[in-house]
Design a protein around this ligand. Structure first.
Ligand code: SAH
Length: 369
């Protein structure tokens, strides 16, 4: 079990080692549920009060930190979150608790209460490492009751990012059969209907070949509130990890991102060849032969440089630099495999061995896997 819980001091995130600490958490069961889970998972002994009326100074004995559910933007009219006489709770209601903490020099922290009612947040998880998640994505993960994830996002550190949340791998089941899109959406809706905050964590950006649009539409059709958090798409970040900028002044003033999931048709190849610029292909390993021959037929020279960047931002990241004419042979020889981003165009000449930078990234603590 991890022995740390995140805390934010004026916008800076700190990790508290909570093992053996007693933490008083003030707020209703619903409002405090994520906070209680986080500190419990962090190894703290949690003491609870639901309303200001329950506060007594002796409850602070042996307490090192008091956490109050009263974030400034909280909806205090939510069910189960009202103060004496049914009036909404305000900051001042917890003032006796805060004053007693000040007197005893006990740290106090404020947190946004968790909301009630089921909802879904679609998160773009970036190319697979925790430190390329956005601040907003991390916040949503902290507030998740359920996380549906696959292995393209930063799934290894989910137990720390979403402590106590139910983690469901929808990318693979034990029999290695991916959960179908329909099943994922059914699960998402069912969990939200139970009143839970469901986070759907996707690789890269949720709206770039991620079927995120379909998931949003399903939620809307079912009347479930849904929000999305954009993510860093592998279409830009994975070339960058190999030192390849997708645009470069005087070299490429456009880049087109295509899916290799299904082969393109001739008119698409012709349009691509005519447009010029960089071509970035996701899911392109399986259809590399059709892709390279289609582009050559459409007029691209066989000498156009190609980079195949596999497993970006992982210790196994590898870049194979070749040409349009040789790409299939080179990929076969190097046994290139998914996930990989294929970059086609003159910008590939900018390829740099970024292994030093990569090592720096990998040296960051990634947490337990
Ligand atoms: N929504 C995602 C793309 C999903 S399609 C995004 O915006 O990045 C899945 C494809 O993304 C993979 O087949 C591969 O082509 C690419 N991909 C995602 N993460 C990758 C990584 N870390 N390294 C290489 N390719 C990656």
């Amino acid at each position: 079990m991890s022995t740390a819980a995140g805390i934010n001091v004026n916008g800076i995130e700190l990790t508290l080692d909570c093992a053996g600490l007693t933490v008083l958490i003030a707020g209703t069961t619903t409002a405090a549920r994520h906070t209680v889970r986080r500190y419990t998972a962090g190894g703290a002994t949690v003491r609870r009060i639901a309303t200001p009326a329950q506060f007594q100074p002796r409850l602070l004995d042996a307490v090192s930190l008091a956490v109050v559910m009263d974030g400034a933007t909280a909806d205090r009219t939510m069910p189960g979150y009202s103060g004496a006489g049914g009036a909404p709770l305000g900051e001042q209601d917890w003032e006796p608790l805060r004053a007693a903490c000040r007197e005893r020099r006990i740290l106090t922290a404020s947190e946004e209460p968790a909301t009630t009612g089921g909802r879904v947040t679609l998160i773009g998880g970036g190319p697979g490492v925790e430190d390329l998640l956005t601040v907003r994505a991390k916040q949503a993960l902290r507030e998740a009751d359920v996380v549906l994830y696959d292995r393209l996002g930063p799934y290894r550190t989910l137990p720390q990012l979403a402590p106590g949340a139910e983690l469901i791998d929808v990318g693979k089941t034990p029999g290695h059969h991916p959960v179908s899109q329909a099943e994922i959406e059914k699960l998402m809706v069912a969990k939200a209907r139970e009143g839970k905050h469901v986070v759907r964590l996707k690789g890269g950006d949720p709206f770039v070949f991620g079927r995120g649009g379909e998931e949003v539409n399903t939620c809307l059709a079912e009347g479930i509130p849904v929000t999305t958090v954009p993510g860093i798409s592998s279409s830009i970040a994975v070339p960058a990890a190999a030192g390849i900028p997708v645009t470069y002044r005087g070299v490429a003033h456009a880049f087109t991102v295509i899916s290799g999931h299904q082969p393109l048709i001739d008119t698409e190849f012709e349009a691509l060849a005519k447009l010029g610029g960089t071509i970035v292909v996701l899911m392109g390993i399986g259809t590399l032969p059709q892709l390279t021959s289609g582009l050559r037929k459409a007029g691209l020279a066989s000498s156009v440089p190609v980079a195949i960047v596999e497993k970006g931002y992982s210790p196994e990241q590898r870049t194979t630099v070749t040409t349009l004419g040789d790409a299939v042979t080179a990929a076969g020889r190097a046994r290139c495999a998914s996930p990989a981003v294929v970059v086609i165009g003159e910008v590939v000449r900018q390829h740099r061995d970024f292994s030093a930078t990569l090592e720096h990234v990998l040296a960051q603590p990634l947490g337990a896997s």
